[in-house]
Design a binder for this molecule. Structure first.
Ligand SMILES: [Zn+2]
Length: 256
């Protein structure tokens, strides 16, 4: 039984019905997932999807949408955090690859998410792109929340050690299956078994053998197989460990 620790069903549902997406996930053995909002409207949608389909939601404003951050947005996100199906604050972080949103706006929004994660004792879901060292520096100086995850990991070994020292979980996405991703598979090999997560980041970044197509939660099985191959263990071991780790990270009682 697999757990997809990061997807965006509010985007996936533009291509495929939620009933189909979740039906295919269940048929593939994916028993639970977290769908993350990327702004206020999609965070509300994520919560509604979580209630309608028995999954979990994360609420937050993505760094690429941080120009929509405001007192009103903060209040709206904070209001959603008391919902019983909301298991995470995010997706948040810093993205210095795309330069559409000024870095200072991203920093303000990210700091506010870190504070909300601590105040509500919900896991923090962090996006980094060309920014992992600054994110680590900020968490070192502000203090990391008790439960946090770096999603779609792409940093080097030194950054990975710093993330683990902060107590973070680290999640690997479909790019770990790409033939060229030697460094990512080396990072997987450095992971303690109790901190490892897998995700699809649907609808982005479909793993081999689905690369280039819209991604969906059913494909977390392929991510898990790539991770299992990198570690020389069976996929069922990765399924069990990553589902247990997701339950611990997101504070879920059981994983139904
Ligand atoms: Zn994402």
């Amino acid at each position: 039984m697999w757990f997809d620790s990061h997807c965006h069903l509010h985007i996936c549902e533009q291509e495929s019905s939620l009933a189909d997406l979740i039906g295919r996930a269940e048929a593939a053995g994916v028993h639970s997932l977290i769908t993350l909002g990327t702004d206020v409207a999609s965070s509300r949608r994520a919560v509604a999807i979580a209630h309608d389909h028995g999954v979990y939601a994360g609420v937050g404003v993505h760094p690429n949408d941080a120009d929509t951050w405001s007192d009103e947005a903060a209040a709206a996100i904070e209001g959603l955090l008391s919902d019983e199906r909301v298991a995470a604050v995010g997706e948040t972080g810093l993205d210095f690859y795309r330069e559409e949103v000024p870095a200072d706006l991203q920093r303000v929004a990210f700091c506010a998410h870190v504070e909300m994660s601590k105040r509500h004792d919900k896991a923090l879901v962090i996006h980094t792109r060309n920014s992992v060292l600054e994110v680590l520096d900020m968490l070192d100086s502000e203090g990391a929340p008790e439960r946090l995850v770096f999603h779609c990991w792409s940093g080097d070994g030194a950054a990975l050690r710093r993330a683990l020292t902060l107590g973070a979980y680290v999640s690997f996405a479909g790019n770990v299956s790409f033939r060229s991703a030697v460094d990512l598979r080396a990072a997987v090999a450095l992971m303690p078994g109790d901190r490892l997560l897998i995700e699809t980041d649907s609808p982005y970044l479909a793993p081999e053998p689905r690369r280039g197509r819209p991604n969906e939660p059913a494909n977390v099985v392929h991510v898990g197989r790539a991770v299992a191959d990198a570690l020389g263990v069976g996929p069922e071991d990765i399924a069990r460990a990553t589902a247990d780790n997701a339950a611990a990270l997101f504070g879920l009682q059981g994983t139904g």
